[in-house]
Design a protein around this ligand. Structure first.
Ligand code: PMV
Length: 337
């Protein structure tokens, strides 16, 4: 006997960055993200009954057996006691597809681990209420990849404890409900500047924050920015929104450039486009800003009502400075069935 479950979960883009962790994947400062819509992982889990005690697990990515990521996922599953009976009683096959290309500056581990934890939690405990399910799945996803815990809710999501938000926690993410109309229909145009896989992983980046000379100041700043961003999302202040987001993006990369083993992920094309965006904003007064993940590709954030002006602006750089553009938007979260 076998049966299948399907999950579809989005990636998210951090507006306030998580960079540095302690203990079991706990964040050194709170982070705040926007859930994406078109960048998602589609996952199918097939469970086939078995009667031996050997683990039978396969992970297919884009229709090919992927042993490297499969090993990481299996280690993760073996680490969660909630999933031990599934591993014992069933042969498990995961088939994963991403709606976006690899190395595009979209956090694929966020959408992958949110989908994986959701599908396994649903397989072990299908009767949880939506609230309990999201909270437990967010907790489990965090243990696979920190940023994955923020992919369970729509719009804007906070991960990390803040006194001001009583339900907030370092263990799981919570949704933010008070959002001004200005920020409800945001666009995220991802400018692909470079498609090479990055040379330094995020895990290494987190590790380098351990004895980083600026770490204490950075963690304080991440906390202050999270608090300010929550207020900004309520009052609709675009200037504050832009200033926090760009400072966060540049600080993230400044941390990489100033760690003991320093490195650089941005490219000349990244800097060129950042300068064009500063100029465009100055000339037009339009509320547009950029953020960066741990890579060279820019995420341009702006409200839906200036979409045509932004697309005209970008058109001028396509092919010369930007390889391609993925047009995404604020999203609604994921589901499993
Ligand atoms: O979730 P991880 O361990 O891949 O780290 C993500 C780190 C950043 O994407 C750079 C920032 C963030 O908050 O998502």
């Amino acid at each position: 006997m076998s049966h299948t479950l399907k999950a579809r979960y989005p990636s998210n883009i951090a507006l306030v960055k998580y960079w540095g962790k302690y203990g079991n994947q706990l964040p050194c400062n709170p982070s705040l993200s926007m859930t994406l819509d078109k960048a998602y992982t589609q996952l199918q889990l097939t469970l086939s009954e078995k009667h031996n005690h050997q683990i039978e697990f396969e992970y297919y990515f884009e229709d090919k057996l992927n042993e490297k990521f499969g090993d990481r996922v299996l280690r993760y599953l073996q680490g969660q006691k909630e999933f031990s009976s599934l591993l014992e009683d069933y042969a498990l096959r995961l088939e994963s597809h991403n709606s976006f290309p690899h190395s595009a500056g979209i956090a694929s581990s966020a959408s992958a681990f949110s989908a994986i934890s959701a599908v396994f939690l649903h397989a072990t405990n299908p009767t949880l209420s939506q609230n309990d399910f999201n909270r437990q799945a967010s907790h489990l996803a965090r243990l696979g990849s920190g940023s994955a815990c923020r992919s369970f809710y729509d719009s804007y999501v906070l991960w990390g404890h803040l006194e001001e938000i009583p339900e907030s926690s370092n263990e799981y993410a919570v949704p933010l409900h008070e959002i001004h109309d200005n920020f409800r229909s945001m666009r995220d145009s991802i400018l692909i500047i470079d498609e090479q896989p990055k040379l330094v992983s995020s895990s290494m980046g987190h590790r380098l924050m351990k004895n980083h000379p600026y770490a204490p100041a950075r963690f304080r700043q991440g906390k202050e920015h999270s608090k300010k961003m929550i207020v900004t999302l309520k009052n609709g202040d675009f200037d504050a929104f832009i200033s926090i987001i760009e400072r966060e993006a540049l600080t993230l990369h400044a941390m990489m450039m100033t760690s003991v083993d320093y490195y650089l992920l941005i490219k000349p094309g990244t800097v060129f486009m950042m300068e064009q965006i500063f100029q465009f904003r100055k000339e037009t007064g339009l509320p547009i800003c950029f953020t960066l993940d741990a890579g060279p590709n820019l995420h341009l954030l702006y409200p839906e009502n200036i979409e045509s002006e932004v697309q005209d602006f970008l058109e001028g750089y396509l092919q010369t400075h930007i390889k391609s553009i993925i047009n995404d938007r604020i999203g609604l979260g994921g589901s499993v069935n």
